[in-house]
Design a protein around this ligand. Structure first.
Ligand SMILES: Cc1cc2nc3c(=O)[nH]c(=O)nc-3n(C[C@H](O)[C@H](O)[C@H](O)COP(=O)(O)O)c2cc1C
Length: 381
């Protein structure tokens, strides 16, 4: 089936993946109110149509995280990509770099940042979870430095892993080895299973040499989540700021006061994020809080955003409301599961085209013009 839009990729992923992994990607915390709000709140804004100023072509390039990028969105950190497709991290990176956009590798990945560096000379970014064992964190930072990572995302909204009820039902994180039921689920998805097995049984590379994290990806995922430091505080941000010389972005900010604190602690940027509705259920949608965070910061800190971005018009709204760029999450994870590198490329293209057509019909010649005009190109619904 042709992937015309992100929902097509989601449906194709549903057909290709075992339920335990589809639900892990698709689901949110508890009653999934924030997951739904992330999507629904884009409808609070309408776009202003302008006519007869038709620019011959549009320029989607813009500047975020210190560089000019051809598209105003990048691939954000999504854990365990290598479970959704064989060599998933490498495939997503290939698609991102073919389009000239960065990818941020999650700490919870099947491939390491060093392995990605062997694949590409393009920009690599890394997302860090701080575990109780700080020496592990040091190892990850050193590896990121060796791989030439210039931007580190510190995720701060997961001190406690929330409850995703679909995962509880499916046994994700409680199953530490393959049960007969799970094996049956896997065998019922033969093309996915063979693709994965061709690349050997997946392991979380960052801990595969550490027996205390268990054997096999399910055990390692459970062990990693249980070791995230639940006492993480602004002191740790200060420590990391001293330790990491590159660009530091704090991911998981939803309150203006926290955005100001991130700036004062020396962060180079924030990601307005509620972890895709996977953490604090009933937290605000990200597009809902973006205006107040942008107003509080008033240009003093770079703002990126993620959460529910499925359409070019969503991206246009966020850029108008003060974001410099958007991180995709599920949109590309589904595409990867559906069709590997080609799937991710297809969805990047589709979102680029939607963004381009949206700008054209708004009479805007470029993303930079959109960002300069800001909220003047929107109307409350
Ligand atoms: C399956 C999955 C795994 C994720 N793993 C991570 C992770 O390891 N680190 C992280 O900072 N965020 C992680 N996130 C959150 C994403 O970076 C991002 O905030 C979220 O997916 C954005 O919402 P969207 O998927 O609706 O676009 C994950 C999200 C999903 C869906």
């Amino acid at each position: 089936m042709e992937l015309i839009n992100v929902e097509d990729a989601r449906q194709a992923a549903r057909r290709r993946l075992p339920r335990i992994f589809f639900d892990y990607i698709d689901g949110g915390a508890f009653g999934e109110a924030t997951l739904r709000a992330n999507r629904a709140d884009f409808d609070r804004w309408r776009l202003v149509q302008r006519v007869l100023v038709n620019p011959a072509s549009r320029d989607l390039a813009t500047t975020y995280l210190g560089s000019r990028h051809p598209l105003p969105f990048m691939l954000g950190p999504v854990g365990f990509l290598g479970l959704y497709a064989g060599r998933g991290e490498q495939q997503a990176t290939q698609a991102a770099h073919a389009a000239g956009v960065p990818l941020c590798l999650s700490s919870f990945s099947i491939a390491s940042i060093a392995e990605l560096r062997r694949e590409t000379a393009g920009p690599l970014m890394f997302q860090l979870y701080i575990l109780k064992d700080r020496s592990f964190c040091e190892e990850l930072l050193a590896e990121a430095e060796r791989a030439g990572v210039d931007t580190l995302f510190l995720t701060v909204d997961t001190a406690i892993t929330s409850v995703r009820e679909r995962d509880v039902r499916n046994g994700f994180r409680s199953l530490t080895k393959l049960s007969p039921g799970l094996l049956a689920q896997f065998l019922a998805r033969p093309s996915w299973f063979l693709d994965l097995m061709r690349n050997g049984a997946p392991q979380v590379r960052a801990v595969s040499h550490k027996p205390e994290f268990g054997r096999g990806v399910l055990a390692q995922a459970a062990a990693l989540s249980s070791r995230i430091d639940q006492t993480l505080s602004w002191q740790d941000v200060a420590w990391l700021r001293g330790r990491w010389k590159g660009r530091l972005v704090i991911k998981g900010i939803l309150a203006a006061a926290d955005a100001l604190r991130a700036r004062d602690e020396g962060a180079d940027g924030i990601v307005v994020s509620n972890h895709g509705g996977r953490q604090l259920d009933c937290a605000s949608s990200t597009i809902g809080v973006l205006p107040e965070i942008a107003a509080a910061l008033d240009g003093s800190l770079e703002i990126l955003i993620d959460g529910g971005f499925r359409r070019g018009s969503d991206i246009v709204k966020a850029l108008a409301l003060g974001a410099s760029g958007v991180l995709l999450g599920r949109a590309y994870a589904f595409a990867l599961a559906a069709a590997g590198t080609a799937g991710v490329s297809r969805i990047i293209e589709a979102l680029a085209r939607e963004t381009d057509i949206t700008l054209a019909l708004m009479g805007l010649a470029s993303v930079d013009e959109l960002r300069a005009k800001g909220a003047a190109v929107l109307r409350p619904a």
